[in-house]
Design a protein around this ligand. Structure first.
Ligand code: DON
Length: 305
């Protein structure tokens, strides 16, 4: 087995030494208050060789990484019917784009662009009486951390400047692809994006996707093997918006990014790794996170390809 601790420490230091050419997300004003120098990494391995370095215990905003978890719950509870409402094709467009929605009759290209995650939020809201509590319980159990919670400050800040998301949700409603009140759907969506996590929480949660849908250390099958494989496939093809091809090319793992600066990547049957560094490249993905992960799969010589 690779010596992950040694390799991660080396690449962490190499990454700190390069110039961070990213910039903070400012369109959600609260995100602009983050300390942009933070950098943490945590790996959860399926064989108990976990390791963290830097700011891996500091909380940050989960943002779009949560879209994988909304999808996982919607898929687990409601099965294949969800694919009637959201497709599984890469969009080749930015995360908050509206451009394809009209041509595609209100069916979002995939569950990881904002339009797709707004539809999965609507599905959860229709079928779960206390959606917010169910969601928290689900991620707290996977993370092994009962402190995980929503952040009202961030959710309010998203509402304040959420013109695009508000437009997307109303546009979806005009195609009958939103069943609930758009304000309630958006409120759930913004709250899900606001959840505060650290690198360790995220790697623990996402170890599910590295472990064929079973919780590590508990013999509990949360997703079927087939559901897990499919969600990993969507992370591979759609996890980085219009940089998904580049991430597959440079890193070679399924993964998901968020504008809070987090990135999670999965090596099926080996590990889940999370990086957090808040400055983003022009595609909305963490600059240092991308650099770190490219070098990590290069050094370990493991990727899914
Ligand atoms: O809806 C938004 O714009 C944010 N709450 C989430 C966007 C995001 O994380 C995109 N990721 N890179």
């Amino acid at each position: 087995m690779a010596n992950y601790a040694e390799i991660i420490t080396k690449i962490y230091n190499d990454t700190l030494a390069i110039k961070d050419k990213g910039s903070l997300a400012t369109y959600i004003s609260e995100l602009a208050n983050t300390d942009s120098n933070k950098f943490g990494v945590y790996i959860t391995t399926v064989d108990d060789a976990s390791f963290g370095i830097g700011d891996y215990l500091e909380s940050f905003s989960i943002q779009s990484i949560v879209k994988v978890l909304s999808l996982a719950i919607a898929y687990k509870l409601f099965g294949e019917d969800i694919w009637k409402r959201v497709d599984v094709e890469p969009s080749g467009n930015s995360f908050n784009s509206l451009i394809q929605l009209e041509a595609d009759n209100g069916i979002p290209r995939n569950p990881f662009i904002n339009a797709g995650a707004i539809v999965t939020s609507d599905i959860l809201l229709s079928y779960l009486p206390d959606t917010r509590k169910y969601f928290l319980d689900f991620i707290r159990e996977l993370a092994g951390n009962d402190d995980l919670d929503y952040c009202e400050r961030i959710a309010d800040s998203e509402w304040a400047t959420g013109y695009r998301n508000i437009a997307i949700c109303n546009f979806l409603k005009s195609f009958d692809n939103i069943q609930n009140d758009p304000n309630e759907v958006l409120d759930l969506y913004f709250n899900l994006c606001s959840i505060e996590v650290n690198c360790k929480d995220l790697s623990n949660i996402f170890s599910l996707f590295a472990n064929e849908g079973r919780m590590l250390n508990k013999n509990k099958q949360v997703l079927t093997k087939s559901q897990t494989k499919r969600i990993n496939a969507i992370m591979q093809t759609c996890g980085f918006y219009d940089q998904s091809g580049d991430f597959a090319f440079r890193v070679g793992l399924p993964g998901k990014s968020g504008v809070g600066g987090g990135i999670v990547a999965i090596h099926p049957e080996r590990y889940a790794i999370t990086t957090w560094s808040p400055k983003l490249n022009e595609k909305g993905n963490s600059y240092r996170g991308m650099y770190f992960l490219e070098n990590f799969t290069t050094e370990t010589e493991f990727s899914i390809f």
